[in-house]
Design a protein around this ligand. Structure first.
Ligand code: FPP
Length: 243
């Protein structure tokens, strides 16, 4: 993987978040098992990460497994978990070499201990990397994240560390999994579905959305560049009226 540093573009989205949807349909169209689609989807992640620096995208967040995805068959869930372990093993060194800082968001409590320790190791290995910030959401749900954040916030109140009257819009995000990330400017969902499916609910309050028909395993760096390029033409008002 060859990453180059950003060329200083400042009109594009700094943080792009992606709901990588359509792996299952992509595999079914080819008469293959769903896991075949997830494997192809995992390969696409590398290509999209590589495209970020030239586009001025400093933060890329991808939705790999939702809190609802446990409802899939046991074999698909096990296959996805094994794919995440293989991804970390195969891509870890190259991500570090290319200065990609990797973080994971989501509730780790339900995840396999081996996977969690691999996630911790990759975060530690890439902690000082700066060219791209790649965040991978595993066992992530926006409502679950807000509930877990609220629990931690309530504990701080109970312990006398936080004054309830001081709680405002700036307080809660400090307790979210994404506390060190800027809010996403652009959220892309592939596969033609126009839903946000519990992804970054708090953080995407003012994000722009792009719903793309392409199935995730077919989503190329070229298409990514085109979607990100279109972002500069939008006027974001954040609720204000622009004269
Ligand atoms: C949604 O497609 C996709 C997922 C639930 C899994 C996403 C995982 C990957 C792209 C691969 C792993 C990623 C990393 C970062 C290692 P779907 O299965 O719901 O597709 P469908 O709607 O066509 O059934």
């Amino acid at each position: 993987m060859a990453l180059r540093s950003t060329d200083g573009k400042d009109d594009g989205p700094r943080h792009v978040a992606i709901i990588m949807d359509g792996n299952g349909r992509w595999a079914t169209q080819r008469g293959r098992p769903r896991l075949f689609g997830h494997q192809a989807g995992a390969r696409r992640v590398r290509e999209i990460v590589e495209a970020c620096p030239d586009l001025g995208v400093d933060y890329l967040t991808v939705f790999a497994f939702s809190t609802e995805n446990w409802k899939r068959t046991q074999s698909e869930v096990a296959g996805l978990m094994s794919l995440f372990r293989r991804y970390i093993t195969r891509e870890g060194k190259s991500l570090k070499a290319n200065d990609v800082c990797v973080r994971f968001i989501g509730d780790r409590v339900r995840l396999d201990k081996k996977l969690v320790s691999m996630m911790d190791e990759l975060e530690a290995l890439t902690a000082n990397c700066q060219t791209v910030n790649l965040t991978i959401a595993i066992n992530y749900g926006g409502r679950d994240e807000v509930a877990r954040a609220t629990k931690r916030l309530a504990r701080d109140v109970a312990d006398g560390k936080l004054d309830p009257d001081a709680v405002d819009e700036e307080t809660l995000p400090k307790y979210l999994d994404t506390c060190v990330l800027p809010d996403p400017d652009l959220v892309i969902r592939t596969s033609g579905e126009a839903r946000i499916s519990n992804f970054l609910l708090w953080q995407s309050a003012y994000s722009e959305y792009e719903f793309i028909d392409t199935l995730w395993p077919d989503f190329t760096a070229e298409e990514f560049r085109s979607v990100v390029g279109g972002f500069g033409t939008r006027e974001r008002r954040f609720g204000a009226v622009v004269a």
